[in-house]
Design a protein around this ligand. Structure first.
Ligand code: ASP
Ligand code: MG
Length: 428
């Protein structure tokens, strides 16, 4: 059994859905193809605005709700003109959404719960339309509600998977999809054991595909993207990117950890445990080979890999008294970071100061600086760029630094990390 995953960009218009259906049609086999689909285009961002929360503006809500409806109805009508049955299914999903938006308490305390109930409609809408379309093309497709299959705890917006319960439900999934060519389900969404909808975190559809692949013991996963595969750098920054054709599992985990955005960080671990290969291929050039993550010893070709994180803050924390930065102070600093909910992208300490590089989330960083300032002296530099280079050499470091002052540098055998002032984005 194979698992395919299509993200929002691959189904963002009627033409995109036609293209996606062609790819599916070209890969049908004896067993059902498991197809995991995200919400169409930027629907998740739109739905986020509809989540009941304090201070919403009635006029904005009406406009966004209208936009959501028109977008999906237009795609459905373009794919299957006159399919009233499908428009009625869309009616039902939208009525359910409206009911939720009207009845959920618009307070901060319920926000995460509300979020999951509302935002999950993006994937429900996309898969409802696409399942009808595949059947319309004569591809025998079973629509599967991911909430009947993937079980999480009650941690809303970041559900933690109950693997045992999920694998047990996947047995039922197998039975119900027998005899179909495609089992089509939603990425990103899941449910608790008492059937409350949860989500797996933004961009979580890759992870959904990995969960299903693990529990169904799939032979492979293919993630169809708008890039030709895993590139050694974001084409936004580099004009001469290189496609990496083979990536060892551990390398993929490291890269996702450093911020490579091509796959969701949680995706690799489950499939590594099962030895399932993951392919990244382009839905724009579906005949091209793409990249493979699997049981390899090294990346192929061996070339430096670059990961850029912009809008970073470099904070230096210094004791106010005569103390050093040692375990006692570090414990206090990490306690505060944990309470404020800040993830450290890079850290370095000396006797007299402790430096961290973090994302510039203005609210959280403000709270952090307030809390730290009570105990320490805090200095910071804004608009920094954190660059991670795997398989570095001096020449590529010089090319990246390009004369900028390096505020912090950390080097290990394979990885160089640099904090430099952000320059205007220019291709190197
Ligand atoms: N639709 C969700 C998002 O945009 C999940 C995904 O696309 O992976 O975050
Ligand atoms: Mg997406």
């Amino acid at each position: 059994m194979k698992v395919f995953k299509f993200g929002g960009a691959s189904v963002n218009s009627a033409d995109a859905v036609r293209n996606m259906a062609n790819i599916v049609a070209a890969h049908l086999g004896d067993e059902p193809l498991v197809v995991v689909v995200s919400a169409m285009g930027k629907t998740t961002n739109l739905l986020e605005k509809l989540v009941p929360a304090p201070g919403q503006q009635e006029a904005d809500l009406r406009q966004q709700r209208q936009q959501l409806e028109a977008y999906h109805r237009d795609i459905a009508a373009a794919l299957m003109p006159g399919n009233d049955g499908l428009q009625r299914k869309i009616d039902t999903l939208l009525a359910d959404l409206d009911g939720l938006c009207a009845s959920l308490p618009a307070d901060a305390e319920h926000y995460n719960y509300n979020y999951d109930q509302v935002v999950s409609h993006g994937e429900l809408l996309s898969t409802t339309i696409i399942a009808d379309y595949l059947n319309h093309l004569g591809i025998n497709t079973q629509w599967v509600d991911a909430r009947q299959v993937i079980v999480t705890d009650h941690h809303h917006r970041e559900g933690r998977v109950d693997w045992e319960a999920t694998c047990a439900k996947c047995k039922l999934f197998n039975d119900s999809t027998k005899g179909h060519q495609v089992a089509l389900t939603q990425g990103f969404i899941a449910a608790t054991s008492d059937m409350k909808t949860t989500t797996l975190g933004r961009e979580g559809s890759d992870y959904s595909a990995a969960i299903l692949a693990y529990c169904l013991k799939a032979e492979s996963i293919t993630i169809w993207k708008d890039v030709p595969g895993f590139l050694n750098a974001d084409p936004k920054y580099f004009s001469d990117t290189v496609k990496i054709s083979q990536i060892p599992y551990n390398e993929a985990i490291e890269l996702a950890y450093y911020g490579a955005s091509v796959i969701h960080p949680k995706t690799v671990k489950p499939i590594q445990n099962m030895g399932i290969p993951l392919f990244i291929r382009s839905f724009i050039t579906p005949e091209a080979e793409g990249s493979a993550i699997g049981d390899y010893r090294t990346i192929v070709p061996e070339t430096p890999l670059y990961i850029f994180k912009n809008n970073q803050i470099l904070l230096s924390i210094l004791p106010r008294d005569f103390s050093f930065i040692a375990e006692d102070n570090l414990q206090i600093i990490f306690g505060i970071l944990n309470e404020v909910g800040i993830k450290v992208n890079l850290m370095q300490n000396s006797a007299l100061s402790f430096s961290i590089c973090i994302d510039n989330n203005p609210q959280r960083v403000g709270v952090l600086i307030d809390r730290l300032s009570g105990l320490f002296r805090v200095r910071y530099n804004e608009r920094m760029q954190l660059v991670t280079i795997r398989y570095y050499n001096q020449q590529v470091i010089d090319r990246i630094v390009a004369g900028r002052p390096v505020l912090l540098e950390q080097r290990s055998r394979l990885t160089e990390q640099l904090v430099v002032p952000e320059s205007i984005i220019e291709k190197r």
